[in-house]
Design a protein around this ligand. Structure first.
Ligand SMILES: [Zn+2]
Length: 606
């Protein structure tokens, strides 16, 4: 069976800086030597998720998850160890060489997500080949070029073509030997009544949708010009790897630029994005196959402070702007609106405008509220129209989770529309109280952002747990005298009765081999172990000013010893009562009890 040699895993780990990788998923801010952010594994309002670049580990002090860069990817992407290593290898451009086989021969389970990734990658290649090489696609290619998209851009976005056939993809992918279930759930094929398959996408321009790590996870298919038979766009359905509610098209290419500029341009369509990108605006992204969700808002706010909404300038586009703006404000972003004139969309805009024109629009773009007021005020002439609009607006605000944003917007709105502020505030308070918050069920049910069941933090409530924790922490110090003391003085009697004895055992075996401990190695060894998060917590704790002394070790041992004697005493007292009741001879027990009580007195912790 193929396996990955240790040095390859090491290389992958070292080529993927944990801060960089985590930053693709979590907005991190530096504070001192570490980084902090909101934990992606449990809901929280203040950051307790920490990343230590010097140790290359993460730990959440809220829910207790922790580990190295590979563990982070495993937990976030819900991947097996080897799959996470593969993803990180791709990210760093490392080709993995497996022992006893090629990377293709890694054993795969049928529910393994890698099957879906492999399938999507293969199909992307087929569509690309069809666009560039088939006779049928020649007019399609001519059309795209005519729309002002050059070949380089088409290749960058891996645009392809699904030919007008029922089995173009089907006949190729059945050869891959994937299970029927994978083919069925991939969203690429449809099932026939007789159980066979046929292609979902036919006679369409294909835009592969890539996840933030650059793997194809779905497709958007656009009809050919002049074909009014079917919907203009058709997207992959929800699949095990494609969750519309939190995927943003083009983010994999745009993320660095977005992070650098702290600004993102949000458009509606794939073509809009491609045109903008080709015109030199590289911090652009788009929703894919669904209206903007709260989840999208959260994703965007991880990368940037400011979002420029650039939707079509028609009625539907303005409605979408209105809705998206509120979601993004609620996610804590500054929202500005780019207004294209005369029903234009970003794609057609560049037919007769230059990038400089667009830059000017960007620079002059109003903030969201000014835009809304300027748009709606002249359109709401009657008192009824105005009050209906205000009602709807306040209802939307009531759905926001951020109270401060809600109230600031309301003040701005009241002033801009010339409405009575106290009255609006009263309505808002009323609605906030009454309305259960549910704007977007889709995003709330979407569990993709809270991967797996994460173990809770190990709570150190009792004095003995605290003492055990401190003792374990001392094992990770560099101070040799302390380490030597621990190895010689922590006796089996105490160790065997500890709560954390399993992890003590493992740590001490490693320590006996190597003084001081190889911390990275230890984190690595504990992948998949419930103890891993305890260790990452300890590694963060090593930075604190807490003393590392033999005296501390002695105190902890005394606490544990004291507790253990107490426990023995309890057992003895119980036995004494039983023997008394049955009328037996209890003198021996009394002697034992007295000896124990004496030991307990001398073992009293200070
Ligand atoms: Zn957490």
């Amino acid at each position: 069976m193929a396996r990955l040699p240790e040095h390859q895993i090491e290389q992958v780990r070292e080529s993927n800086d944990i801060v960089e990788v985590v930053s693709d998923y979590v907005r991190l801010k530096r504070s001192g030597r570490n980084y902090f952010g909101l934990c992606p594994f449990h809901g929280e309002k203040s950051p307790s998720f920490s990343v230590a670049p010097d140790k290359q580990i993460f730990h959440c002090f809220g829910c207790g998850v922790g580990g190295n860069v590979i563990n982070f990817v495993m937990q976030y992407e819900k991947l097996e160890f080897i799959e996470a290593v593969k993803l990180l290898a791709d990210r760093a451009g490392i080709t993995l060489v497996f022992e006893g086989g090629t990377s293709q021969s890694v054993p795969q389970k049928s529910d393994d997500l890698s099957n879906y990734y492999t399938l999507h990658e293969r199909v992307t290649g087929l569509y690309e080949k069809a666009l560039w090489q088939s006779k049928e696609a020649e007019p399609v290619l001519a059309y795209l070029r005519n729309r002002g998209i050059n070949d380089e851009t088409l290749k960058q976005f891996r645009v392809g073509y699904a030919p007008d056939m029922w089995d173009f993809v089907t006949q190729q992918v059945v050869k891959l030997g994937l299970s029927k279930e994978v083919l069925n759930r991939s969203g690429l094929l449809m099932t026939k009544d007789n159980g066979g398959f046929y292609d979902r996408f036919r006679k369409r321009i294909m835009f592969p949708i890539l996840g933030v790590q650059g793997r194809v996870i779905g497709f958007g298919g656009r009809v050919l010009p002049g074909d009014d038979q079917t919907a203009k766009y058709m997207n992959s359905p929800e699949t095990p790897i494609y969750h519309k509610g939190n995927v943003l098209y083009g983010l994999n290419l745009a993320k660095d630029e977005i992070r650098k500029t702290q600004a993102v341009i949000l458009v509606e369509g794939y073509m809009d994005l491609i045109r903008l990108c080709q015109s030199g605006f590289r911090n652009v992204t788009a929703g894919s196959g669904t209206a903007l969700t709260e989840q999208h808002g959260k994703v965007l706010s991880r990368f940037a402070d400011t979002v420029f909404l650039c939707y079509d300038n028609d009625e539907a586009g303005i409605k979408a702007t209105d809705r998206a703006g509120k979601i993004l404000l609620d996610a804590g972003m500054n929202v500005r609106v780019i207004e294209l004139k005369d029903g234009a969309d970003p794609d057609s805009y560049f037919d007769d405008h230059t990038p400089e024109d667009f830059q000017k629009l960007l620079d002059d773009s109003p903030d969201f509220m000014s835009y809304l007021i300027r748009y709606y005020k002249p359109r709401l002439r009657s008192a009824t129209a105005k009050s209906n609009f205000a009602e709807r607006f306040v209802s939307d605000l009531a759905l926001m989770s951020n109270q401060l944003t809600r109230e600031l917007l309301l003040s701005q709105f009241a002033e801009g529309m010339g409405l009575d502020e106290p009255v609006l505030f009263r309505i808002l308070r009323d609605k906030t109280r009454r309305q259960p918050r549910q704007r977007n069920n889709e995003s709330q049910n979407d569990a993709t952002n809270t991967p797996g069941a994460t173990p809770g933090p190990i709570r150190l409530e009792s004095a003995t747990d605290k003492a055990e924790y401190e003792l374990l922490r001392l094992h990770f110090t560099d101070e040799e005298p302390v380490l030597k003391w621990l190895l010689t003085n922590l006796d089996a009697e105490i160790l065997e009765r500890m709560h954390f004895r399993d992890i003590f055992r493992q740590v001490r075996i490693a320590l006996e081999k190597n003084l001081p401990l190889d911390r990275k190695q230890m984190v690595e060894e504990l992948s998949d172990s419930p103890w891993q998060s305890l260790i990452t917590r300890i590694l963060f704790d090593l930075d604190t000013e807490k003393a590392i002394t033999i005296k501390l070790a002695q105190d902890c041992v005394r606490t544990l010893h004291h507790f253990q004697l107490h426990e023995e005493l309890k057992v003895l007292r119980q036995r004494l009562r039983e023997v008394e009741k049955s009328g037996g001879d209890f003198r021996a027990i009394i002697q034992q009890k007295q000896a124990l009580e004496l030991r307990l007195k001398t073992a009293q912790p200070d």
